[in-house]
Design a protein around this ligand. Structure first.
Ligand code: NAD
Length: 490
């Protein structure tokens, strides 16, 4: 459906306050924080900046609502998610424009994220009514074992800026389905999508107190007391490994359950028998989705030496053809980075790689502002000691490293603390399965550059995280087991 609102009207229509106990409130201090447009560097609007006291009130509201929400029939919870799914889809254009304004991604990608985000609600509306338990006998036949599944309790959900809508629905969907109340803390760079989403959930009939939204410029101060309170029973976090570690330590104090979706350093491996057209297309997707600002982004492109040159120039030609500009323009392929700090980091990584011998096939430069643009870049002959191979680039830079041998490249690919996703391109079925088994990752894209779908268990191993989101297991993260021992006499 085409948008009926201009950008200004759209921004004006979004709630700017905190959502606590079903009411939109300005917050204890009435302070505000600015939301910027990364394509221009200008302020889009001001929103409420929550303080520690607001965080406490939000938690109290979630705690208060928990028992009633857990008792709400699953069918009702499912119907709310289904209605929200329909509303989101009916407002695709408005939500996409809002996301583009606050985050920068091109409109076409934002529309894709709206569909992806909505799909989590549809998926979990279907899961809500399929939660079951168990009944069995002990091996000696004397006792019965009744196993119940119950909501884990009030949850704290913390989301990053790179997928402003989908990272929220991926957590809110299963929490609603399982019967948990929640406090959502979106990233301060992109809160508008979450605020618009909360309004949609209200329209869909979500009872007061089930979802609170607190936006804040001081996440550390606001979140730490919540995790220590003893009332939060679960933290579901998506963000950097660095912040994830801090939160895991805080959760340890009050033994809070966690799901952690953290950073990645994805290897993208192309064997000489691969379909090269497919591999280049896959690299474009795995590298350039979201301007490279994705945890799943191909971060290290390992290409067999026999085809490394051809792959490099083909990829460079595709990257050169991309149009860089404001995400709101219809013909834009690549939007701005989220902020100047990110652009500076990427420039430094490229300079470091070049100083170690990398050749620039295309790009390699920051684009003059306004806005935080960086040119789509392909580097080849990147030395393994380069900093960009050891950290998340989080930008439109594809570093190519040539390799000779399968066993060697598996070792190199696994030589990182991260393990979110890996991509493998080969037509050899034995090699494909070997690689799928041997890569230390939670997900593999086999001859594809895209793994994300609500129907699959998304998540990583090693320092890429704990737990999974989506798929059949997504709801499990929000459920507890309770077992009842029943002796049967006679
Ligand atoms: P970030 O870790 O800086 O912030 C994530 C969230 O944590 C934000 O809401 C932020 O305000 C909050 N936060 C920051 N410090 C905090 C603290 N001390 N206490 C509580 N909350 C705090 O990450 P980002 O820059 O917003 O997002 C990019 C990162 O997210 C990348 O590392 C990316 O790989 C990762 N990511 C992972 C996945 C996944 O599914 N594995 C998905 C998207 C993004």
């Amino acid at each position: 459906m085409p948008t009926t609102l201009s950008a200004d009207e759209l921004i004006a229509s979004v709630p700017k306050h905190l959502l606590i106990g079903g009411r939109w409130v300005a917050g204890a201090t009435r302070r505000t924080l600015a939301v910027d447009d990364p394509a221009t560097g200008t302020v889009l609007c001001e929103i409420a900046d929550a303080d520690v006291e607001d965080g406490r009130q939000a938690l109290d509201a979630a705690f208060e609502a928990q028992d009633g929400w857990a008792d709400t029939p699953a069918r009702e919870r499912s119907d709310i998610l289904r209605r929200a799914y329909e509303i989101i889809l009916s407002r695709t254009e408005d939500l996409a424009l809002l996301m583009t304004l606050e985050m920068g991604k091109p409109l076409a990608e934002a529309r894709g994220e709206v569909a992806y985000a909505a799909e989590f609600f549809r998926w979990f509306s279907e899961e809500a009514v399929r939660v079951d338990g168990g009944f069995s006998r002990t091996p000696d036949g004397r006792n019965r074992i009744l196993v119940m599944r119950q909501p884990v309790g009030p949850c704290l959900l913390i989301t990053p800026w790179n997928f402003p809508l989908a990272m929220g629905t991926r957590k809110i969907g299963p929490a609603i389905a399982a019967g948990c109340t929640m406090v959502l803390k979106p990233a301060p760079q992109t809160p508008l999508s979450s605020l618009a989403l909360a309004r949609i959930l209200q329209e869909a009939g979500l009872p007061d107190g089930v979802l609170q939204v607190i936006t804040t410029s001081r996440p550390g101060d606001v979140v730490a007391p919540l995790l220590r309170s003893g009332q939060i029973r679960k933290l579901s976090f998506t963000g950097s490994t660095q912040v994830g570690r801090v939160l895991l330590a805080q959760c340890a104090e009050a033994v809070v359950r966690t799901s952690m979706e953290l950073g990645g350093n994805a290897p993208f491996i192309v064997f000489p028998d691969a379909d090269l057209d497919l591999a280049v297309e896959g690299a474009m997707t795995a590298k350039m989705r979201n301007m490279g600002e994705a945890c799943t982004a191909a971060n290290r492109l390992f290409v067999h030496r026999r085809i490394a040159d051809e792959f490099g120039w083909r990829l460079a030609a595709r990257m050169r053809s991309l149009r860089v500009g404001a995400g709101t323009a219809d013909d834009t392929d690549v939007g701005p980075l989220i902020d100047e700090a990110s652009r500076r980091k990427i420039s430094a990584l490229v300079n470091d790689a070049v100083s170690r011998g990398a050749r620039v096939l295309t790009g390699g430069t920051a684009i003059e502002g306004p806005g935080y643009f960086y040119s789509p870049t392909v580097l080849t002959e990147v030395d393994l000691s380069s900093e960009m191979l050891k950290t998340e680039i989080f930008g439109p830079v594809a570093p190519i490293v040539a390799f000779d041998d399968e066993a060697e490249i598996v070792r190199t690919a696994n030589a990182t603390d991260w393990g979110l996703v890996g991509y493998v391109f080969t037509r050899d079925i034995d090699r494909a399965l070997r690689l799928c088994e041997r890569l230390d990752v939670g997900m593999v894209g086999l001859n594809t550059g895209l793994v994300s779908t609500p129907a699959a268990p998304f998540g990583g191993v090693k320092q890429s995280g704990l737990g999974r989101e989506g798929g059949r297991v997504g709801i499990e993260e929000f459920l507890e087991y309770k077992y009842v021992a029943i002796p049967v006499r006679g």
